[in-house]
Design a protein around this ligand. Structure first.
Ligand code: PMP
Length: 786
């Protein structure tokens, strides 16, 4: 045995024992009660015989004299463990000898002691000899995953022994690449191992580890090529405790050059593995480098051990040039392309280089835009002069395709934070369990409806589940007409409530004329309206406009079925609404026989800071509440919440069923959102952060006369940009320049208001004062540059 002090690697004796067949027969018969047709097999290190015994076949293995007992014990216990965990797994069974032991020690003619054991033989074609198809590779991946699942929980001291073929430590071989004769191959191996040592090995350390087979490739998988199935996994001599992803990577290394469409085969194996055992994102991203490193490792070990043990047979020499070519070929496809294909194969979104310092710039967005235009048309709006290409989000951050972080001060849909893990898992777990519709009885919808009802005051809490804010508002409008028998509706000027045909009448923003059955209220905006802040009876003065609307609808013979109000008054530019205004308006509408529909699509779910729902924060009571946007943190979900009496009266006459409305996956998302709001104290945080944000924004007014007004409530702020504070003339062009400059500096905000001159700052509820500081700093810089 030859060993190297630097790596701890020992090269095993490759001269197998040489017992006579007669001796082997005797041992088999006397010790293992195994009698039958005997055939010698070829082995690099051991002496093996096949023994066919009426119908079954066994391999009698006489170990190399240099083999340690704990190595064999490791294999015996591993196979026993696999048999217990997954009895159907096609791996060899260990035969016990007449004394009930797995091993029998024998003395050879040379006086050395050897271990003898017998394991069952698994017949079939070796994967190396089969035609490789994606179907077969899919099952290869699935079988490896099944094996690794069965391995979980198993350990043996032998698993920690240093192993020359431990891929995680491939970089330790770097000093020995000098033995590779071919110059180009040597260079490829060196570059591969250098990159592996500095970039890959440190990342592997933090990944899942367990005992793995570590060589479940072409020479150790038995297959049925007709059925494209793996029928056996053999040779557990290379097992080790290692990163789990090494298993799949080591299995892929047998796909060497000359295989047609290597990437399609890799993809099939990765997809097959992932179905059996879900791959983590960091794992799939390392496969390319692991496979490359395996080729470099193979080349180096072969060359090195040939030099160290020149007197021993060299079975693997033909692999050296093959591995050199394999590196070249895979490298010519490139890390980015391989990673993109493998990620796509198991439905990970495109790679986004968050925290990856040496990632090249992603492709020009031009190509992506052209594809978008082709398939979605050119009129689907994109925000900002230079559109944001995002592939990832976390908390208040979005990441562009190059991994550059952008602070999201605008999007309220991911209300508990972009891609919150609790919600993401809820969706994944529910999707993996059940996705159906409300024609069936299932629990998650009821749990969620109850959880949601608990957040509402009074009798509110009866739910109708739909799929968007528009649908919720449309249903609410239907309910109000049905219950009141009236046909007129009241909204705010510039309101937006959705896209259905009925709701276009509720959405006269962009200066559209009002439809005859609608009346719009003057916005309660003390900054631009006729009544300014500090005036007495401010709320009553603005609320008086609803008397006019009610009277007009009455005169037109329509009556007032409802008033629908977005409780954040977003499209009115987030004015500082006088405290009593909403209560007064809704009481007047009720007195006229109409209902108050509180559209909480923008403001609901804790954004008010003081309360969960906007209408409550104004001391008003709603008859119907509509929920959209933030409900599912991004999963489409809309809810109409009303009282049991209203729901009953409506439901009795108008049966309503929405295929996706209330589906288990959406409900799981909704429920997870409520969990997070409660667990992370997001309502209170929204209030505190909102105050902090506005205070900072008001601070900017000292420096920047372009800011006419800063206002808002909870975690929403409006910043009005004006030509000068005296005239209050709206400065839309300036606002847009600041907005786009802030986007370039990495902070996203939005545009609102009748004149389009108002910043809408409406981040998700994971936003904290430290993020507010960043936003304010960037706004300061953009304003200074004006
Ligand atoms: N109501 C309000 C106040 C909204 O802001 C929106 C969407 N911007 C809607 C309703 C419509 O919701 P959805 O886009 O989910 O149909």
């Amino acid at each position: 045995m030859s060993s190297d002090k630097g790596t701890g690697i020992k090269f095993m004796d490759r001269n197998p024992p040489a017992f006579s067949e007669d001796f082997a027969r005797r041992i088999a018969e006397q010790e293992f009660a195994l009698k039958g047709e005997f055939t010698a097999l070829v082995s690099e290190r051991d002496q093996n015989f096949m023994v066919r015994e009426n119908g079954s076949a066994w391999v009698l293995k006489i170990s190399n004299a240099g083999e340690a007992e704990d190595v064999i014990d490791f294999q015996t216990r591993a196979l026993d463990h696999l048999e217990r965990q997954d009895p159907g797994l096609p791996v060899p069974r260990v035969r016990r000898n007449v004394e009930g032991n797995a091993i029998r020690w024998v003395e050879g003619p040379d006086g050395a002691r050897h271990m003898v054991r017998a394991v069952s033989f698994l017949p079939g074609t070796m994967l190396d000899d089969a035609t490789l198809t994606p179907d077969l590779l899919h099952d290869v991946g699935a079988s490896a995953a099944r094996l690794d699942r069965a391995f979980r929980g198993f350990f043996h001291p032998g698993a920690a022994n240093p192993h020359p073929w431990d891929l995680s430590r491939a970089a330790n071989l770097r000093p020995h690449t000098s033995h590779i004769a071919d110059k180009a191959s040597r260079k490829a191996a060196e570059e591969t191992l250098d990159h592996f040592g500095s970039e890959v090995a440190p990342r592997l350390e933090g990944l899942r580890h367990q005992v793995i087979h570590a060589d479940a490739g072409g020479a150790n998988l038995v297959v049925d090529p007709e059925a494209n199935r793996v029928t056996g996994i053999i040779d557990f001599g290379d097992m080790m405790f290692a990163p789990l992803i090494n298993e799949l990577s080591l299995l892929l290394d047998f796909l060497r050059p000359a295989v047609d469409d290597r990437l399609a085969l890799m993809e099939a194996a990765v997809a097959g593995y992932d179905i059996g055992l879900a791959l983590e994102e960091d794992e799939v991203d390392l496969i390319y480098d692991l496979v490359l490193a395996r080729y470099a490792q193979t080349m180096t070990i072969i060359a090195w051990r040939r030099a160290e043990t020149p007197d021993q047979p060299d079975y693997l020499h033909e692999l050296e040039p093959i591995c050199g070519r394999a590196i070249d070929e895979l490298a010519s496809i490139g890390r980015d392309a391989v990673r993109a294909r493998l990620r796509r194969a198991i439905c990970y979104p495109p790679y986004c280089a968050v925290g990856d310092a040496d990632t090249p710039e992603a492709d020009d967005d031009g190509a992506l835009l052209a594809r978008r235009h082709n398939s979605l048309g050119e009129h689907l709006l994109l925000t900002y002069d230079n559109p944001v290409h995002v592939e990832r989000g976390r908390g208040p951050w979005l990441y562009d395709a190059n991994g550059r972080a952008m602070l999201d001060g605008y999007n309220n849909v991911p209300t508990v934070g972009h891609s919150h893990p609790h919600v993401a898992r809820a969706v994944g777990r529910q999707m993996a369990a059940l996705a159906t519709n409300t024609r069936y009885l299932y629990q998650v919808i009821i749990d969620y409806a109850e959880q949601l009802a608990d957040t509402f005051p009074g009798d509110l809490g009866a739910c109708i589940f739909v799929n968007s804010g528009s649908e919720a508002n449309d249903v609410a409008w239907q309910i109000s007409r049905f219950l009141t028998g009236k046909r007129g509706g009241i909204i705010m000027e510039d309101a937006y409530h959705g896209i259905t045909e009925a709701l276009t009448a509720f959405s006269p923003h962009h200066g559209k004329a009002l439809e005859p059955h609608m009346r719009a209220l003057m916005p309660p905006d003390p900054y631009r309206g006729p009544y300014g802040a500090g005036e007495p009876d401010l709320a009553a003065k603005y609320a008086a406009d609803v008397d006019r609307a009610i009277a007009e609808l009455g005169e037109a013979g329509l009556g007032t079925a409802c008033v629908m109000i977005d409780s954040s008054f977003c499209s009115n530019g987030v004015p500082d609404v006088p405290e009593d205004y909403l209560r007064l308006v809704t009481e007047k509408v009720r007195a006229a026989g109409g209902l108050f529909i509180a559209d909480e699509v923008q403001f609901g779910f804790g954004r008010p800071g003081s309360h969960m729902w906007g209408f409550e924060s104004y001391g008003a009571q709603a008859d119907i509440v509509t929920l959209g946007k933030p409900v599912g943190n991004g999963i489409p979900l809309g809810v109409v919440v009303t009282t049991p009496e209203i729901l009953d009266a409506f439901g009795k006459e108008v049966g309503m069923f929405s295929t996706f409305g209330g589906n288990p996956v959406a409900c799981a998302a909704g429920s997870a959102v409520l969990d997070v709001i409660a667990r992370e104290g997001l309502v209170e945080r929204a209030g505190k952060t909102g105050e902090y944000l506005r205070e900072g924004l008001r601070g900017l007014m000292n420096k920047h006369p372009l800011i006419g007004d800063v206002r808002g409530r909870g975690l929403i702020a409006g910043v009005e940009i004006v030509k000068d504070r005296e005239s209050r003339e709206p400065a839309r062009a300036e606002m847009e320049r600041i907005l786009n400059r802030m986007r370039a500096l990495g902070v996203l905000t939005g545009q609102e208001g009748h004149f389009g001159n108002i910043f809408k700052i409406r981040p998700n509820l994971s936003f904290q004062p430290e993020h507010a500081d960043i936003l304010i700093g960037v706004m300061d810089q953009a304003l200074s540059e004006m």
